[in-house]
Ligand binder design. Structure first.
Ligand SMILES: Cc1ncc(COP(=O)(O)O)c(C=O)c1O
Length: 397
């Protein structure tokens, strides 16, 4: 039945198409604090799908820090009006020190940071060269900037070089540090060399590396001892390993001043609540001191991979906390996720358009708050589910 409004008709059609394709997304209701176990839609489940890699999101001391630093609920306005508080400023100073850069700038979310940075740095006539598997916000930022967008095959530095060589205007080379749906690392050394040779700026989105990798969790760029010269634009989020919310960009005085002047998602939005900024600074203190948690996370990653190999389950070449299990068809990924949920494990099925056609997968994420017995139990349930569905030994490697 069609309505008087073409938009409404089109939306109904699109929603139905999503259902028919097994790609309809649904939210589950979580009760209580984040942690390795969650009460979801009334049932207690082992949580293997959060980005809370160090187990800080539900930390009672940090929740207490948030409550006790709340001078006022809101920041009142954007940073450039009257919303830039001492708490924001101190957090930026801490982030600059941690990343070894002259300055850092806070954004309300990582999505906004990526949109803002690319749009502020390049425009019509310039070129953005990106990895095909970069996060959606990096892609959208490039589209918003109106620069020419070129995408190279995943982690293929030679292809990136070809695209840069023929590129017009100012050139920005952009990569995720740790790829969010695959868990593998960018070939950062080679990309940094390429950027230098081609007089391009390299931007790294380290949403999944900051807090987990490198000395004191300073991220994937610090892990390789690369500095400001190699990676002039370093971006990371605060809602993953840091356990809080928001994001930042770190770099030179010129970069940060340019973002303040020209990054529209920075300029035209309300600053994050100051209490959140204050509590995030305490969370960063926990991140710096979390060597034991990082080591335990690494042990769980190895255990997970060894157990999967023992069960002959397909794995992807990731050695980070993101351990995707390739499945292939959307319906199979959904059925496997449902199977695990029945057995008490919450793992989301990732389907197109988030990943390429035919590469649906379970995105298993490990955190320092998990324990060995639960990881082993997860692999046992996974093997059972994959065998029951005829998936073990298949999939994309
Ligand atoms: C690689 C990457 N960049 C950026 C973002 C966006 O960050 P935020 O959640 O803070 O908007 C995400 C995920 O959320 C991500 O995985």
């Amino acid at each position: 039945m069609s309505s008087r409004f073409p938009i409404a008709d089109r939306l109904l059609q699109r929603l139905q198409q999503r259902r028919d394709q097994h790609r309809y997304r649904q939210r589950s209701l979580v009760e209580g604090a984040q942690g390795p176990q969650l009460r979801v839609d009334g049932r207690l489940l082992h949580n293997f799908c959060s980005n809370d890699y160090l187990g800080l999101a539900g930390c009672p001391a940090l929740a207490q820090a948030l409550a006790s630093s709340a001078g006022s609920l809101g920041s009142g306005a954007s940073h450039l009006v009257c919303g830039h508080s001492e708490a924001h400023h101190e957090l930026e100073a801490t982030l600059a020190t941690l990343t070894g850069r002259p300055r850092a700038l806070l954004f309300s979310t990582g999505f906004m940071a990526n949109m803002g940075v690319i749009q502020a740095l390049v425009g019509r006539g310039d070129t953005v060269v990106q990895d095909k598997l970069n996060h959606a916000s990096l892609l959208d930022g490039a589209l918003l900037s109106r620069a020419n967008l070129k995408r190279y095959r995943h982690n293929d530095v030679a292809h990136a070089e070809q695209l840069l060589q023929g590129a017009s205007g100012a050139r920005l080379l952009v990569t995720d540090g740790v790829f969010s749906m695959d868990g593998d690392l960018a070939p950062m050394m080679e990309l940094a060399q390429l950027a230098q040779a081609q007089q391009a700026w390299l931007m790294v989105d380290d949403a999944h590396g900051f807090g987990c990798l490198g000395p004191q969790g300073r991220g994937s760029v610090a892990a390789l001892n690369l500095g400001q010269e190699d990676v002039p634009v370093y971006m990371a989020t605060l809602g993953k390993a840091v356990g809080s919310f928001g994001a930042f960009v770190a770099g030179s005085e010129t970069l940060i001043e340019s973002l303040i002047q020209f990054a529209r998602p920075y300029i035209y939005t309300t600053a994050m609540p100051p209490a959140l900024a204050a509590a995030t600074r305490e969370a960063l203190e926990c991140v710096v001191q979390a060597d034991a948690e990082r080591a335990s996370l690494q042990r769980l990653i190895s255990l997970f991979r060894t157990e999967c190999e023992r069960e002959s389950l397909p794995l992807m070449p990731s050695h980070t906390a993101i351990q995707p299990v390739p499945v292939g068809a959307d319906a199979d990924a959904l059925a496997l996720s449902d199977f695990l949920r029945e057995r008490g494990f919450w793992v989301t099925a990732i389907r197109p358009p988030t990943v390429a056609e035919g590469t649906a997968r379970l995105r298993i994420t490990l955190t320092a708050a998990h324990d060995e017995a639960t990881v082993r139990a997860l692999v046992t349930a996974l093997a059972e589910g994959m065998h029951a569905q005829g998936l073990a030994g298949g999939g994309v490697r």
